[in-house]
Design a binder for this molecule. Structure first.
Ligand code: HEC
Length: 177
């Protein structure tokens, strides 16, 4: 049976091991300073006010091919998804039951779509799309939702003008206090 003393000794040993190990890890992994261009790979915030968008453009017609190659495995051929989390199209915020939230029914700003896809999608290879490809593929997602025409050239300027169906569905409480 474990006595208290043994237990204390055992945890003292493991505690000192942990301290020892973390000292080694710290000493060995201080890392190297990142340069400006590497920093830009992390600086990806695209905001509703138009700041933070990269150069680039594309249409839904171009985005269809990207979607079919890079997105359908998890989001289905027409964005219907393979689960509630991966459904991108349709939905209904007025449902009596549980509202179905998708890009089309829920998201108030198209900038969120740009930001999210640029940062996190495709989930199996985030940040692997070029800026043009991000514009193209989100144009396709917006088109699947019936929000823009398939020939609209989406770029920094036109993206800002896209009106999302649920744009008035949120209460701005940022000035509440
Ligand atoms: C390997 C699977 C996978 C691939 C490939 C993938 N996604 Fe996703 N995607 C996901 C998952 C899982 C979620 C849900 C994440 C969550 O809820 O946190 C998601 C969420 C999203 C969302 C947010 C949906 C919402 O309403 O919250 C968008 C938009 C999106 N993906 C776009 C894309 C696009 C565009 C592509 C192709 C360039 C893509 N995804 C490729 C797995 C994938």
């Amino acid at each position: 049976m474990f006595t208290l003393k043994k237990l204390l000794t055992a945890s003292a040993v493991s505690a000192s091991l942990v301290i020892g190990l973390s000292a080694v890890v710290q000493a060995q992994s201080l890392g190297i300073p990142i340069n400006e261009s590497q920093l830009q790979d992390f600086d990806l915030i695209a905001q509703p006010d138009g700041s933070g968008y990269p150069q680039g453009s594309g249409t839904a017609m171009q985005g269809k091919a990207i979607f079919e190659r890079r997105c359908v495995a998890c989001h289905g051929m027409t964005g219907e998804g393979t689960s509630a989390n991966t459904r991108l199209v349709g939905g209904d915020m007025q449902s009596e039951e549980r509202p179905i939230r998708t890009v089309g029914s829920y998201w108030p700003h198209a900038s969120t779509l740009f930001d999210y896809v640029q940062r996190a999608m495709p989930a199996d290879a985030p940040k692997s799309l070029t800026s043009d490809e991000v514009y193209q593929v989100i144009a396709y997602v917006l088109n699947l939702n019936g929000i823009i025409e398939d020939s609209l050239i989406l770029n920094k300027e036109t993206l800002m003008q896209v009106e999302m169906p649920n744009k008035d569905g949120f209460i701005d409480s940022s000035q509440a206090l």
